[in-house]
Ligand binder design. Structure first.
Ligand code: C2E
Ligand code: CA
Ligand code: CA
Length: 555
């Protein structure tokens, strides 16, 4: 009979540990550890025998994330699959554990059949994979896989303490677009070409991997030969290949000074550097430096502060009025968030909104702003101020993380508002990304009486096709689009066509970023309905806006 495989259960709670061991011991030999430190000691002793680890995230002495980071950076341990055990309502734990290298998770309370099945699946997956070397080589390019790269790179820098190394990451610009336009086969051909050119240039001994779709990485001994010409040379070779004359790669470099950082984090930093030159014409690479480090630290302090700030009422609402171009009368206002933090100072939404979108906090913040806007509207109504509609911004993830229809129907009911007083602005790119889902939700919101706007129209690509399909109520032209188009001679601008198309589709048109009288005149003459921008007014405090409303009510 075959010897049972050995599993390691890492869990501080004795009862939970016992339950897990009970479930597993019928089929496996089980070792137990009550924290990450003890687990590492057991692993040092039994590393070649352990087929899988079940890991609790919250433990004294050494928590789950730290433990995962140890595993990931140890070449002997990084291939052992880990299943994380979580409370069923802690999505944050799941995401954190997966991003730190866990392979799967099982929620508490434990369901024996599910645990046994997941354990069996993972073990057999890993065994098959290591048999066929799948885990070591990327089948498309023949380069190393991410996991194996981490292992090899760690081994290399530890074996050569006297050498200095860099992590060099490269990305293709607009690879997703390339794939969409030319198809996956062409996309694959491009990736293979990138790999071949890099191997030809750097030689077969350089440790190189493809770590994600179009993201490549290598570990290089530090040199001072880096310059734009060096990197653009790679692109020139790529551009000589048929069909690839327009593609371009960008590079990011992380100089390894602190060798204790996990290789994965080093790659993230090199990636940050690469992001800095993304879309920047003529600049092919950037080196991770103190400015980026400071930015990372600043981002972290923003993230650390956000929840408390929301509770403390530090997020405030500003209103930017909107005017009818026909007679310059007040026709609405957009609610824009402002955040003044006691230590960080004034923070621009352009800085913190993208961070909140990434970490999901945007949903809480948006909900707070919507509620404040509804409170204001209801107070104005009670004061007899004849409010004009308020537009609020909806983020991409709001569609995925909550039931927007229920949310807004309940809000309007709670504050006794006519839904038509609420305009919901949804950025163009959100429609493009998942038209079916967004259109369906939009349709229901419209049925419930809310007014829907496409925001930032003209900022991205594939705009016109979306217009016809969307059936939204209002088209809001992007600032840049408005400013570029009104700067062109009249017969060269596409603005009149966009406006007349919207009108044919029964949409109202709002122009954002109106800054000059000439822009206002131009927009009025082509039939644009409303204008918003510094020409009329900057976003203003609640108090100023209330004064404006009061004077408007007197007219
Ligand atoms: P947006 O929705 O396109 O908002 C318009 C932005 O343009 C605002 O910047 C506004 O202050 C600015 N702006 C208005 N008129 C002019 C003008 O004439 N010239 C120029 N140069 N700029 C003008 P702000 O307030 O910094 O907001 C930036 C972005 O942050 C917004 O772009 C929106 O995407 C996001 N945002 C702001 N508040 C919220 C919010 O409460 N929720 C969500 N989800 N996003 C928000
Ligand atoms: Ca907006
Ligand atoms: Ca906008």
């Amino acid at each position: 009979m075959m010897r049972p495989k050995t599993l390691l259960v890492v869990e501080d709670n004795a009862l939970n540990r016992e339950i897990l061991v009970d479930i597993l011991c019928s089929q496996y030999h089980v070792l137990e550890a009550e924290n990450g430190q003890i687990a590492l000691e057991l692993l040092a002793e039994h590393k070649n025998q352990i087929a899988l680890i079940l890991l609790d995230m919250h433990m004294p002495v050494m928590d789950g994330i730290t433990f995962l980071d140890h595993l990931r950076t140890d070449p002997d341990l990084s291939l052992i699959p880990v299943i994380v055990t979580t409370q069923s309502d802690t999505e944050a734990d799941e995401i954190a554990s997966l991003s730190h290298g866990a392979a799967d998770f099982v929620p508490k309370p434990y369901r024996p059949q599910i645990i046994l099945q997941r354990v069996a699946n993972l073990i057999s997956l890993r065994e098959n994979a290591s048999l066929s070397n799948l885990l070591r080589y990327d089948p498309l390019t023949g380069l190393f896989t991410k996991e194996y790269f981490y292992q090899l790179a760690r081994g290399e820098i530890e074996a050569n303490p006297d050498l200095e190394y860099n992590i060099v990451v490269s990305n293709l610009e607009n690879f997703k677009l390339y794939n969409d336009l030319y198809g996956v086969t062409e996309g694959d051909r491009l990736l293979k070409a990138v790999a071949r050119i890099a191997v030809d240039a750097l030689g077969p001994d350089v440790i190189m991997a493809r770590i994600r779709a179009d993201r490549f990485v290598n570990l290089a001994v530090r040199t001072n030969r880096y310059c734009n010409e060096y990197f653009s040379g790679f692109n020139e070779r790529l551009n000589q290949i048929h069909g690839m004359s327009h593609v371009s790669q960008k590079w990011g470099i992380y100089e390894i000074h602190d060798r204790s950082i996990p290789i994965a984090h080093m790659c993230d930093r090199a990636q940050l550097a690469a992001d800095r030159v993304k879309g920047v014409y003529g600049q092919y690479y950037s080196v991770y430096d103190d400015v980026m480090r400071a930015q990372m630290i600043r981002e972290q302090s923003i993230i650390d502060a956000m929840t408390q700030s929301l509770m403390d009422g530090e997020f405030q609402i500003y209103y930017q009025p909107k005017y009818a171009l026909a007679d310059d009368s007040l026709s609405g206002a957009e609610a824009l968030v402002r955040w003044v933090h006691p230590e960080l100072g004034f923070l621009s939404p352009a800085e913190f909104i993208p961070l909140f979108e990434k970490n999901g906090f945007i949903t809480q913040m948006d909900r707070y702003i919507w509620k404040r806007a509804c409170q204001d509207l209801s107070r104005w109504q009670a004061q007899g101020l004849r409010p004009v509609p308020i537009s609020v911004n909806i983020s991409r993830s709001d569609f995925y993380r909550m039931d927007l229809v229920k949310e807004f129907v309940e809000l309007a009911a709670a504050y006794e508002l006519d839904p038509s007083l609420l305009h919901l602005e949804v950025t163009e790119s959100v429609y493009v990304e998942n038209p079916q889902l967004i259109f369906a939700t939009v349709r229901q919101l419209q049925k419930a009486g809310f007014c829907i706007e496409i925001d930032d129209f003209g900022a991205g690509y594939s705009s016109l096709s979306i217009l016809g399909d969307s059936h939204v109520d209002v088209l809001k032209l992007d600032i840049k689009f408005v400013q570029n188009e009104t700067a062109k001679p009249e017969d060269q601008s596409i603005l009149p066509y966009v406006v007349s198309m919207a009108r044919q589709l029964n949409m109202k048109v709002v122009a954002e970023g109106v800054e000059t009288v000439a822009q206002r005149e131009r927009l009025r003459s082509i039939g644009c309905d409303y204008g918003q921008g510094y020409f009329f007014s900057k976003p203003m405090t609640l108090m100023s806006y209330e004064k404006l409303l009061a004077s408007h009510a007197l007219r």
